[in-house]
Design a protein around this ligand. Structure first.
Ligand code: SAM
Length: 286
C-alpha cells in the first residue's frame, strides 16, 4: 500500500468529523507516530510504501479515529507543557488552557521571593496528573499531592514516564468534607475541576461527548459552583497563611466563582483571562 493512498483514504474517512485541515493534521500525526514519516513524505516521495507489518496498526488506529476517538487516546499520549503525558479514555485529554494555568502558577511561585522554603502543593481533581507532574518537575524539592475520585485516573497519573521525585497520588472525593479534612496544609492549591454544565452538552463536539469521561467534565445545571464551593471551603481551612490558589473555571461563571472564594473568607479572588480573552481562572489568597 502506498503511503499517499492511505493518507488520502484516511482524510476522507475523517471528513465528516473534522474540517479538512484538522483531518490532515490528525492523519499526519498518526502516520508520523506509526511510521516515523514526516508531513510531506507522501508528496516528496510519492512512491513511499507502508511496510506490510505496520499496516494493521495503521488501519486499527484509523478505525478508532473514524469512530470519533480523540487522537491523543489513539496515540496513548498528549503533549502538555513540552512533555508527553500518558492518557487513556479514563482521563481528560489535557487542554492548552490548563497548560497556561500551570505557567501562571509556576511564575507566581518563582516570583514569591522564597517565602515557601518547603513548598507543598495540592492538585485537586488531578486526572492524568498533568498539573501535579508539571509543578513537581518545575520544583523537584516540593511536596506535591494529586487527588482524584477515579481509581483509573489515579493509575494513569501514577504511571507517567518521568524520573526524579514523584507527586503522591491519592483517592479523595473533593465533595466529601469529612474525607478531605485529613489532608494537611498546603502553600499552593490548584484545581481544574469538572465545570461544564449539562446544558452546554448541546454545544460540544461529539468526539468529546462520546469519548472523554463525563465524570471529568460535567456539573448539574442547577449547581455550577458545586466543586468551587467545596474547593473554597477546603482551601479556607488548608491553605497556609501566605499561600495562594488558582482554579480553572467555566468562562460563563467568572464572577460567581470569585464570589465563592470571597465568601469562604479570602480577601483576594481575581479573575484571569485565557489566551482567547475569556474568563478562565480565579486566583485567590488570604
Ligand atoms: C476536568 S478533569 C481535570 C483533569 C486534569 N487535572 C486536567 O487538568 O487535565 C476533572 C477531574 O476531576 C475528577 N473528579 C470528578 N469528580 C470528583 C470528585 N468528586 N472528587 C475528586 N475528583 C473528582 C475526575 O475524575 C477528573 O479526573
Amino acid at each position: 500500500m502506498l503511503l499517499k493512498d492511505f493518507i488520502s483514504r484516511a482524510r476522507t474517512s475523517l471528513s465528516s468529523l473534522y474540517g479538512p485541515e484538522e483531518a490532515a493534521a490528525i492523519v499526519s500525526s498518526w502516520c508520523s507516530d506509526v511510521l516515523g514519516v514526516r508531513p510531506h513524505t507522501h508528496i516528496v516521495y510519492p512512491e513511499t510504501e507502508v511496510p506490510e507489518d505496520r499496516q494493521p496498526v495503521l488501519e486499527a488506529g484509523l478505525k478508532r479515529l473514524a469512530a470519533g476517538e480523540p487522537l491523543q487516546y489513539v496515540l496513548g499520549y498528549a503533549e502538555f507543557y513540552g512533555r508527553r503525558f500518558n492518557v487513556s479514555p479514563a482521563v481528560l485529554v489535557p487542554r492548552p488552557e490548563t497548560e497556561y494555568m500551570c505557567r501562571i502558577l509556576i511564575e507566581k511561585i518563582n516570583s514569591s521571593g522564597g517565602i515557601f522554603p518547603d513548598l507543598s502543593v495540592l492538585d485537586l481533581c488531578t486526572g492524568s496528573g498533568c498539573i501535579a507532574w508539571t509543578v513537581q518537575l518545575a520544583f523537584p524539592s516540593a511536596s506535591v499531592t494529586g487527588a482524584d475520585i477515579s481509581d483509573e485516573a489515579l493509575q494513569v497519573a501514577s504511571s507517567q514516564p518521568f524520573s526524579g521525585p514523584s507527586p503522591v497520588f491519592m483517592k479523595r472525593n473533593v465533595l466529601e468534607r469529612q474525607e478531605m479534612s485529613g489532608l494537611g496544609r498546603f502553600d499552593v492549591i490548584v484545581s481544574n475541576p469538572p465545570y461544564v454544565t449539562d446544558k452546554e452538552k448541546a454545544f460540544m463536539s461529539k468526539n468529546v461527548l462520546d469519548h472523554e469521561p463525563s465524570l471529568a467534565l460535567f456539573v448539574p445545571d442547577d449547581d455550577p459552583m458545586l466543586f468551587y464551593r467545596a474547593i473554597a471551603d477546603f482551601s479556607a481551612g488548608h491553605l497556609s497563611s501566605s499561600g495562594f490558589g488558582i482554579v480553572e473555571i467555566n468562562e460563563a461563571f467568572g464572577h460567581e466563582t470569585a464570589a465563592e472564594f470571597l465568601s469562604a473568607g479570602f480577601s483576594v479572588a481575581d479573575i484571569y483571562k485565557d489566551l482567547a480573552g475569556k474568563d478562565r481562572f480565579v486566583f485567590f489568597c488570604r
